[in-house]
Design a protein around this ligand. Structure first.
Ligand code: AMP
Ligand code: GLY
Length: 431
């Protein structure tokens, strides 16, 4: 029977970042993959798969192309299509219902799509998190009152998706009130800020954990820590992520055990109790406050650049893992984790996350031998590679510890060049 399964799957990965390139490398190496497509993909995925230039938020288009290409499985990289309900769209349609969608349905994707929904879920299931209250423009004055009961800094979160920009951390109460009003009344983040969650500030060090679930069983994947700020010493604007390491050195067995008992298990049980069917990745953002991990956010997908450090450490066949979702047999799979550390350093275009130029020629990738270069905002034109986004490349290396892994990535970074290239040289500084 086993040989019948060989090379039977046509797989489509949705997205265009380093995360999707990392998924594509794993999926391309699966013994079960027949043909691999990435929509829309980038110059990296183009080397190992066929790029499909479609708008992944246009579900009709995704359906059309999936039928045309005989797709059996779709792996959804980013959150938007999940939050808009791509899984439900495919499941409800006779023509597409047999296509496996790796990522949760709309109802479950609210864990990322609505901060208020996520907070209510956390509180309902007794999962440690910051205390909070939610406001709309109708009760703006109560929002001001609530701010006065908190000690600074003040944490304001737009309820909906805001491309990672919807969280404001403000020292001054007048500015916090002003921003609250701008979010609720001024629609600072459009509809995403028609509700605002105001939260207690948690003081501690951040880490992320990743869980894969088939709806019944779960597997805990390696931890990671990403660096979100553009500037060294964690200063300046927030970005999509400037680098990451895995595992997180301070995540000892005691802390990991607390995370599993107090957070992961109650999350899986809570979903069941609420009758929320969930298949896919759960990415839990945590802050460790005096050795007590607390949830700051759920994401319903893998992180970017966290994927570029987590996936290389997992040696399993990913298609086999995803296929286990169908009959909920993830428990039969034993994860094979590489014990070494990984680090990724993200090379960005100068000016990012504000304005930056595109179309700048990239050289030197072919000189890198000891690292994997994941392409993100990069595009191939004829024989050359050009920048096509803020985050351009993610350089991942292994090492006996995170410092060695980082050193290897920094050595590889020296071989790559494009005008205005920038990267943080202090990753891991806080560990
Ligand atoms: P989020 O989009 O929810 O991940 O929030 C963005 C960033 O804001 C997080 O990575 C944290 O650094 C920070 N943050 C969010 N919530 C809190 C909180 N309650 N206390 C302290 N920092 C927070
Ligand atoms: N690196 C953070 C994220 O993917 O949301």
């Amino acid at each position: 029977m086993v040989f019948l399964q060989k090379k039977s799957m046509n797989i489509l990965i949705m997205g265009s970042g380093g995360r999707e390139h990392a998924f594509a490398l794993k999926i391309a190496n699966s013994k079960l993959t027949k043909r691999l497509y990435v929509a829309p993909g980038n110059s990296g995925t183009q080397q190992i798969a066929t790029n499909v230039p479609i708008n992944i938020n246009d579900f009709e288009e995704v359906k059309r192309i999936s039928l045309e290409l005989g797709i059996n499985m779709i792996i959804v990289g980013p959150e938007d299509p999940l939050v808009s309900g791509i899984h439900d769209y495919f499941a409800k349609d006779e023509q597409t219902k047999s296509i496996a969608i790796i990522g949760p349905k709309k109802n479950a994707a609210r864990l990322e799509g609505s901060k208020d929904f996520a907070k209510r879920f956390l509180i309902r299931h007794n999962i440690p998190t910051a205390s909070y209250a939610t406001f709309t423009k109708e009760n703006l004055n109560q929002g001001y009152e609530f701010l006065r009961t908190l000690t600074p800094p003040y944490v304001l979160k737009a309820d909906g998706l805001a491309s990672g920009k919807g969280v404001l951390i403000i020292d001054n109460i007048d500015e916090a009130k002003n921003q609250l009003s701008q979010m609720l009344v001024g629609e600072k983040f459009g509809r995403a800020s028609s509700k605002v969650v105001i939260e207690e500030f948690l003081d501690g060090i951040e880490l992320s954990c990743f869980v894969l679930t088939d709806g019944v069983n779960y597997k805990v994947l390696p931890t990671a820590k990403d660096y979100k700020r553009i500037g060294e010493g964690d200063t300046g604007l927030n970005t999509g992520g400037m680098g990451a390491i895995s595992p997180v050195p301070f995540a000892n067995n005691e802390l990991l055990n607390k995370i599993e008992q107090n957070i992961i298990i109650p999350t899986i049980k809570g979903l069941k109790k609420d009758e929320i069917e969930y298949q896919g990745f759960i990415f839990i953002g945590l802050i460790n406050v005096n050795d007590e991990p607390k949830v700051i956010e759920y994401n319903v997908r893998m992180g970017d650049p966290e994927t570029e450090v987590v996936l290389p450490r997992i040696q399993n066949d990913f298609v086999e893992i995803f296929q286990s979702f169908k009959h909920k047999t993830l428990d039969k799979i034993e994860l094979k984790i590489d014990n070494r550390s990984t680090a990724t350093v993200v090379l960005v275009s100068g000016g990012y996350p504000s304005n930056y130029d595109k179309g700048i020629k990239i050289t030197g990738i072919d000189r890198v031998v000891d690292s994997t270069v994941y392409h993100a905002g990069a595009i191939q034109k004829e024989d050359s590679l050009y920048t096509n986004g803020g985050r351009v490349l993610a350089i991942t290396s292994f090492g006996d510890n995170f410092q060695q892994a980082l050193d290897n990535s920094y050595k590889s970074a020296l071989k790559i060049n494009f005008d205005s290239m920038y990267y943080r040289k202090d990753l891991g500084f806080d560990l």
